[in-house]
Design a protein around this ligand. Sequence first.
Ligand code: HEC
Length: 284
Amino acid sequence: MKPHHRKIATSAVVAVGALTVLGIAALGFVRAGIYNVGADDPHLPLTYSMLQQLRDASIATRAAKLTVPADLASPARIKQGAGNYAAMCTQCHLSPGMAPTELSKGLYPSPPDLTKEAVDAAQAFWTIKHGIKASGMPAWGGSMPDDYIWNLAAFVQQLPKLDKAGYDALVASSGGHMHGGGETGMGAHADGPPGHHDAGSMAGMAGMAGMHDEPGTHDGATPPASAHPHAPGTAPHVDGPAAPPSGHPHAPGTPAHDDAPAAPTAPPAAATHRDPAGAPPHSH
Ligand code: HEC
């Protein structure tokens, strides 16, 4: 072997050895349970900053390839987005005048308060569609066509400018929770013909255990007085504890809320759910 060949061979052996030692050390770190995965154990500042940069660069690169619809600021888009925002996003991202929730406080990384900061429309679209790994942000693209996601992105542009009254008015005018086909429960729901259960009342969300089977708590026009994790301004949606995962209109990735597991002892609610007479038609 020529001397310089011998040098290369030695270097290669050293490199392979070093990598092996590192690999074993990494495996040991992973397997020994040294790392604390708890959401209440913050990252080191350097780790946090690296993760943030990774996320921001990843989103920016992908969002840059999107074409924002020319009519993004149209009132129709904003209005439609408002209803879905109220139904699907407020537990984590809040709404004007809304206090932080258990979800918004408990998640790490924390969900940004979208009433305070406007997010670039293309970046908002990409994030809403694809979600963010290892965070609470779900990918909604599996259940919502792009147009509806753009409507949410459109709404999110306006949100920091809205006060509670403006927000509530927009949500009320929006037709509620609707995203054209992603709602898996449309035909599968046990409690009646499609298109009736969002009828403009928050009473349907009386999710306290046992309440679903009491006549009168699920059908009215008045919000329940009880402490309930849904916030004011949350749009009406379906809370039937009995709905099986596949037959339930919430999108995949919807965080746990008191739909299903909260009422293990309550009898199925599907049969007792009724809407007020003359409930306006709506979208499931
Ligand atoms: C279960 C909680 C949760 C729900 C529900 C949720 N998000 Fe998020 N969202 C998060 C978290 C957490 C982050 C931040 C993740 C991170 O920083 O890595 C986030 C990030 C975002 C961002 C990016 C903000 C930024 O500064 O770049 C947008 C936009 C967003 N969410 C919109 C929505 C919309 C719209 C909905 C409803 C369709 C929604 N989210 C529902 C938890 C949630």
